[in-house]
Design a protein around this ligand. Structure first.
Ligand code: ATP
Ligand code: MG
Length: 174
């Protein structure tokens, strides 16, 4: 199965993200907005892996204190002429530290994951066309904050029209 590790977002954060996503839609010709239920912050992408129990036991040893995250700005990655537009988070030592703990836990158990530089972002829209950097830069998030007190191991089923994410296990702050 396809696995990833992510932080879920609370109501007020989602409310703001949904508002921002609408601004992206209005300012573009075409785009595919992330389904509201699917908004999340990916901490690590594992991909195809058939032993979720092994991942659960690796992550089970992680200890972390709850911390806050805050929205900073709207950014994008250029994907061959189309944009993936995301909400970026304010620089955050505790979030980076949690990512490092997750990465070490996976490495210790030889569980492969995408180990590119961690750029914490919440994907709002994919395949965005007919907009430009200036339009995107004009969309300004409210500096919404939320407390992170758990993260989850998710499976991702891409066989249907929309991705279906399912929580397999949750890992709480101490
Ligand atoms: P789709 O691929 O159909 O657009 P999706 O990207 O939401 O849907 P997945 O591809 O299963 O679903 O990805 C799950 C999460 O992991 C998403 O947040 C995605 O951005 C992230 N992700 C996917 N591939 C990678 C990767 N190679 N490196 C880092 N994160 C990734
Ligand atoms: Mg994907």
């Amino acid at each position: 199965m396809r696995l990833f590790i992510a932080i879920d977002l609370n109501f007020s954060m989602k409310e703001e993200l949904i508002y921002l996503a609408k601004q992206i839609k209005i300012n573009s010709d075409r785009c595919s907005l992330t389904n509201e239920d699917n908004l999340h912050l990916t901490m690590a992408f594992i991909g195809e892996y058939d032993d979720p129990k092994k991942v659960i036991s690796a992550l089970g040893n992680i200890s972390f204190n709850e911390f806050d995250i805050a929205l900073s700005h709207i950014g994008y990655f250029d994907r061959r002429g189309e944009m993936l537009v995301y909400a970026a988070l304010e620089k955050n030592k505790e979030l980076s530290s949690l990512r490092n703990k997750i990465a070490s836990a996976l490495k210790n158990e030889s569980i492969n994951f995408d180990n590119k530089k961690f750029l914490p972002h919440i994907t709002l829209a994919r395949r965005v066309t007919g907009t430009d950097k200036e339009d995107i830069d004009r969309i300004k998030p409210e500096k919404i904050k939320m407390t992170v007190n758990e993260f989850h191991l998710y499976s991702s089923d891409l066989s249907g029209k929309r991705p279906v994410y399912t929580i397999l296990s949750s890992f709480k702050a101490i």
